[in-house]
Design a protein around this ligand. Structure first.
Ligand code: FMN
Length: 326
């Protein structure tokens, strides 16, 4: 099976890592592996595949995350993903939302490793690209020492060699999805132990990593790290990923150059009927921590409903004026 580099990954985030967001992130890092939002197998089978799966070539390498638990449907959806050109299929065994539970997929599948193994095996039989799994360390009253190892052993036995582990449990009752990303404590040591005791598996650490410095330190114990909220909220950190994690000596792209590139992208998307806000909303944090951040954020928020394709150029002018005054 072809191998992808998981040294640095940007996490799948519903309502976050759509194609516009990934295009934006890719301007800052050539090498990070980008993940789609979760798409259910059911939606792919019955829905508008161009809308659900279409993406720009520039986004490679990009992994499609699938939600579901019916092996045949997961195989069919994986096949569709491969046909669209995705580089990896990832199965979601970490998402705790109610909607997901009622469809019997996401984190509740930590309780049924046999079923996940069946799905993985069906997907591996259906595609020639890597099939990976993103999981938790356990759910509800499971003992993570047992649940994580049992899960990984069963699913790796079905042929999955790469696990992205969100290093906390999910509580399926009583916590909102958002709380499930903050309340259950992180246990990096357990994931370290998994890597130590299963050295042949590729183990990627996820959960609560806030800075590239922390990510880099942690990465020495794992095969890679995955960042979600921190990268989404302060995306310009991605501009240093290639140098820090991949030894690249390409010059870092400036925020202004990113905005200009995105402006061209937006004009193109606008002609195809995309609302400017669908693109600009992912860019709100671009100036995070830099001069002009407040003006940038405010301009984009106040112009969220603007139906014009030059909104990013205007926002850039706004920030530049502020910077020349400052
Ligand atoms: C808004 C949002 C949406 C998310 N959607 C997904 C998803 O579709 N699939 C998934 O596996 N995880 C999803 N997650 C979880 C992240 O992928 C990640 O595991 C989690 O946020 C912990 O990483 P972080 O602390 O670096 O953000 C989502 C997280 C957020 C904040």
């Amino acid at each position: 099976m072809p191998h992808l580099n998981h040294t640095f990954c940007v996490a799948p985030m519903m309502d976050g890592t759509d194609r516009h967001c990934r295009y934006f992130h890719r301007l800052m890092t050539r090498h990070a592996l980008l993940y789609t939002e979760m798409v259910t197998a059911e939606a792919i089978i019955h829905g508008d595949q161009d809308h659900l799966l279409g993406f720009d070539k520039a986004e490679h390498p990009v992994a499609l995350q699938l939600g579901g638990s019916d092996p045949k449907k997961m195989a069919a959806a994986a096949r569709a993903g491969e046909a669209f050109g995705y580089d990896e299929i990832n199965m979601n065994v970490g998402c705790p939302s109610d909607r997901v539970q009622s469809g019997a997929f996401g984190a509740c599948l930590m309780k049924t490793p046999d079923l996940v193994a069946e799905c993985v095996s069906a997907m591996i039989g259906a595609v020639n690209i890597p099939v990976t799994v993103k999981c938790r360390i356990g759910v509800d009253d499971q003992d993570p020492e047992e649940s994580l190892f049992q899960f990984v052993d069963r699913v790796s036995g079905a042929g999955c060699g790469t696990f992205i582990v969100h290093a906390r449990k999910a509580w399926l009752q009583g916590l909102s999805p958002k709380e499930n990303r903050t309340v259950p404590p992180l246990d990096y040591d357990l994931v370290r132990k998994l890597k130590r005791e299963r050295p042949d598996l590729e183990i990627i650490l996820n959960g609560g990593i806030e800075t590239l410095r922390d990510a880099h330190v942690l990465s020495s114990d794992f095969d890679g790290v995955m960042l979600g909220r921190a990268a989404y909220g302060a995306p310009y950190m991605l501009s240093e990923v290639d140098e820090i994690f991949f030894g690249s000596d390409r010059p870092t792209i400036s925020r202004e150059a990113i905005v200009r590139e995105m402006s061209g992208y937006l004009q193109h998307a606008f002609e195809k009927g995309v609302r400017p806000h669908s693109v600009t909303r992912h860019m709100i944090g671009l100036y995070h921590g830099a001069p002009g951040a407040r003006r940038w954020r405010r301009f984009l928020s106040e112009n969220a409903s603007a139906s014009r394709d030059d909104v990013l150029d205007l926002a850039l002018t706004e920030v530049a004026q502020h910077q020349s005054v400052a």
